[in-house]
Design a protein around this ligand. Structure first.
Ligand code: NIG
Ligand code: FE
Length: 403
């Protein structure tokens, strides 16, 4: 089954194999058997089994959201309101969600998860990483990963999210559990292991132990670091060759240099910025320019979770990155697609080069820069995921309004 997408006014391919032509005009593309099979001028478009007319719109790769926590119950809207009134974010709120999540049935958790993934997809996200981390027992962490695996291959074991209340007086025993029975049960269900390094969560030494145990269990590594302070987590992530270090709001000069060096190496550690967290916690935004100018590899993701940010909107991430992180619209779009793919160590997503997965978003706009320019407007008109047109997609208008 092949699909021709024609009449694309502006096609953002981000094809790593064609660095000179990341953005093409008057283009078309063909998806065959779920993969990009042809990209070229609209005038030369071949025939296909099915046809999507972009009607003068811009077309971009589906977003790769490389950081989310979607398996949970309840919400923390009161905590959000209190933060907007001036209270600080702390890791302690995670325990509220852990209690609600343990109480919930599999069906309740699954229904919420499916709904959140569908909402993200309607906003153009075609790949999502999903973490555990609100169970914090062997059975509850494994349950979260089992549910997550049904919606994505990009699952992350985050037993080291916080020390749960029942281990508050024996954190070493909890770290033993995470590295022992919990890891043994969860490793077959996950691709990555992650640790939240923070004064309210885990120390760098605890994180090293947990990540090394994960690596021994054949998991790839990710780290939460620098959310509330420069905490040494970036150096650990780079030292251990983590795929990504996420938040990076507070960084030392040495951290920036280490990330830049790692971007020049074969096993880069991507710095993943999560500006919706700063939006939703009233923290200062991370300094993306400092990282980009140093040569670090950057991704943008949502971190959708009930505490520090409950938005799954990658278009809003892009708008914030342009407005508050001083990224150009192109840098922001690239970080939200190919950058996310790099943070997941995937080369087959995040771009529209021939051979890539057929994850294509048709915008309701003639130019990708409208994603930042028209913040908050539903500009995702059609989503194709793995070569399949997502039914009942979002804001379908007969024509791109300005096309
Ligand atoms: O990435 N920082 C740690 N974990 C999440 C927050 C989780 C929560 O507050 O429930 C984050 O921001
Ligand atoms: Fe997170």
């Amino acid at each position: 089954m092949s699909i021709l997408v024609s009449n694309i006014a502006q096609l953002v391919t981000l094809d790593p194999a064609d660095p000179e032509r990341q953005v093409r005009e008057d283009a078309a593309l063909v998806i065959d058997e779920g993969r990009i099979a042809w990209v070229g001028d609209n005038a030369e478009a071949p025939a296909a089994d099915a046809h999507l007319d972009a009607q003068g719109a811009a077309v971009i790769p589906g977003f790769v959201d490389s950081h989310s926590h979607l398996v949970f119950a309840g919400d923390r809207v009161d905590e959000f309101e209190a933060r907007m009134a001036g209270r600080s974010y702390t890791a302690g709120g995670i325990r509220t969600t852990v209690a609600a999540t343990r109480e919930a049935s599999d069906d309740e958790l699954n229904a919420r998860l499916q709904h959140l993934v569908a909402q993200a997809r309607a906003q153009g996200t075609t790949t999502m990483e999903v973490k555990s981390g609100y169970g914090l027992t062997v059975a509850h962490e494994a349950r979260a990963l089992r549910l997550a695996r049904a919606v994505t291959t990009e699952t992350t074991f985050l037993g080291a999210h916080v020390v749960p209340a029942e281990y508050a007086h024996d954190r070493e025993a909890y770290v033993d559990l995470v590295c022992g029975d919990m890891l043994a049960e969860c490793a077959p269900l996950a691709r990555f292991i992650d640790v939240f390094i923070d004064s309210g969560a885990f120390t760098v030494d605890e994180a090293r132990r947990i990540l090394l145990a994960g690596r021994d269990a054949a998991l790839e590594l990710r780290v939460h670091a620098g959310q509330l302070a420069a905490d040494g987590g970036v150096a650990l992530a780079v030292e251990l060759g983590a795929a990504s270090v996420d938040h990076c709001t507070f960084l030392t000069d040495d951290d920036v240099e280490l990330l830049a060096e790692s971007a020049r190496s074969t096993a880069e550690t991507v710095a993943t910025l999560l500006p919706l967290v700063e939006f939703s916690t009233k923290q200062p935004y991370p300094n993306a320019r400092r990282l980009l100018d140093a040569g670090a590899s950057l991704a943008l993701a949502t971190d959708c979770n009930p505490g520090s940010n409950y938005s799954s909107s990658m278009p809003l991430v892009i708008a914030l990155a342009v407005r508050e992180l001083s990224m150009t619209p192109f840098e922001a779009l690239a970080a939200a697609t190919r950058g996310g793919a790099r943070a997941l160590r995937r080369t087959d997503i995040g771009h529209l080069g021939v051979g890539a997965r057929g994850d294509v978003v048709i915008l309701d706009a003639p130019d990708y820069r409208h994603l930042a320019y028209r913040a908050g407007v539903p500009l995702v008109r059609e989503v194709v995921q793995g070569g399949v047109v997502v039914p009942g997609a979002p804001s379908r208008s007969p024509r791109s309004a300005e096309g």
